[in-house]
Design a protein around this ligand. Structure first.
Ligand SMILES: [Fe+2]
Length: 369
């Protein structure tokens, strides 16, 4: 992709050698002189909708990757061509995702260091997070509630009715099955919330038991498997909206959504799955018959050894996982064997994506082509 000047017009030449003119207003909106944008925050000081609709380019020159433009309203600005191409190419900071199943044996792992959040290593880890849907930090200090500090160093913690963070350990009269020692089948967290938490952090503070293994499933890989091999089932799961519900003494939370949600381009955007909390609407019997069959199929895949990985979290391990893509669970354990204590919290995708873009800028990784 290239930008050229042809008779005072700015022209983009695509990889397939097609030319199209870039609208002068599009360029003018991106001019950043002292009077046009605030020097501290880069935000516009004017309303671009009020610009002359017939604005044209008076003069344009190209020099060493810089494009100098003078517009007919008198504004002159020097653009970095790479910045323009970066935006036109819509290149997101997240590299392509990699689907995995139980053959996946290289869990993305890093040794935690105090200053890790502002390093190139953190950039690579966040890329891994989006590639695989999870990363594990080892040796994270196990002082109680360190997870809050950790989460707020990546972005901003998302408090819920469970608090800023929550303790995953066996307790009497639990308001959620997570706070018991029974096995938890693969699930996504809190599909009843609006919005659904994007990323879950789970920090292992104590793990003295033999059971209680953590399990993960790549929900996008399962969805892809269904799409390829069982179109009919995939279609039902992407069309049927299910109600998810959480009830305790102080609150009733509800949200609706498909078990496999697609985006505008029919790509898998999010999976929801929680057998403890789902309530399909009273559809016609025939339709429900198909839905129940489809739900059984996806449940079997989520629980199958083809897709699930299992591992033990050691003291100090912090698992960061994408709650819109991965399912997690744990095997049962015997609380009489010793302590098992995990601390959890949620953060949003804008935290990680924002951090990724910031690190990309900081280490000048913005333009890699
Ligand atoms: Fe959970």
């Amino acid at each position: 992709m290239k930008i050229n000047i042809i008779e005072d017009k700015i022209v983009l030449t695509s990889l397939s050698n097609e030319n199209f003119e870039i609208h002068p207003l599009w360029l003018r909106e991106r001019a950043k002189t002292k009077t046009l944008v605030d020097k501290y925050n880069d935000q516009r000081l004017y309303d671009p909708s009020q610009l002359d609709q017939n604005l044209k380019i008076k003069k344009a020159t190209m020099n060493n990757g810089h494009l100098n433009i003078e517009f007919t309203d008198g504004v002159k600005f020097e653009y970095e061509v790479n910045n323009l191409l970066y935006e036109i190419d819509k290149k997101e900071p997240i590299e392509n995702i990699i689907l995995w199943n139980s053959d996946f044996n290289k869990k993305p792992t890093a040794i935690y260091e105090n200053n890790i959040f502002e390093t190139k290593a953190m950039y690579d880890l966040l890329q891994d997070f989006y590639k695989y849907g999870f990363v594990i930090f080892k040796n994270v200090p196990t002082e109680d509630n360190y997870i809050v500090k950790f989460a707020n160093s990546i972005g901003t913690i998302r408090p819920t009715n469970f608090g800023e963070s929550f303790s995953v350990k066996s307790v009497p009269e639990p308001n959620d099955l997570a706070y018991t020692s029974i096995a938890l089948t693969p699930h996504t967290d809190n599909p009843y919330r609006k919005p659904i938490p994007c990323i879950q952090l789970l920090h292992c503070l104590e793990n003295e038991v033999n059971g209680g293994l953590s399990t993960l499933v790549d929900g996008f890989a399962v969805a892809e498997h269904l799409k390829k091999n069982h179109q009919d089932i995939f279609k039902i799961l992407t069309k049927t909206k299910v109600r998810f519900r959480f009830v305790d003494k102080t609150i009733i939370l509800e949200n609706w959504g498909e078990l496999i949600e697609l985006d505008d381009n029919n790509k898998v955007k999010q999976v929801r799955y929680s057998t403890r909390l789902d309530y399909v609407p009273a559809l016609e019997k025939k339709e429900l018959k198909l839905f129940y069959k489809a739900r059984k199929s996806i449940a079997d895949l989520y629980a199958s050894s083809k897709f699930e990985i299992k591992f033990k979290l050691d003291k100090g391990d912090l698992l960061m996982m994408d709650n819109h893509r991965l399912l997690h669970g744990r095997t049962s354990y015997d609380p009489n064997e010793g302590k098992r204590y995990l601390k959890g919290c949620y953060i949003d995708h804008d935290s990680t994506e924002g951090k990724l873009r910031h690190l990309e800028r900081k280490f000048d990784l913005k333009w890699k082509k």
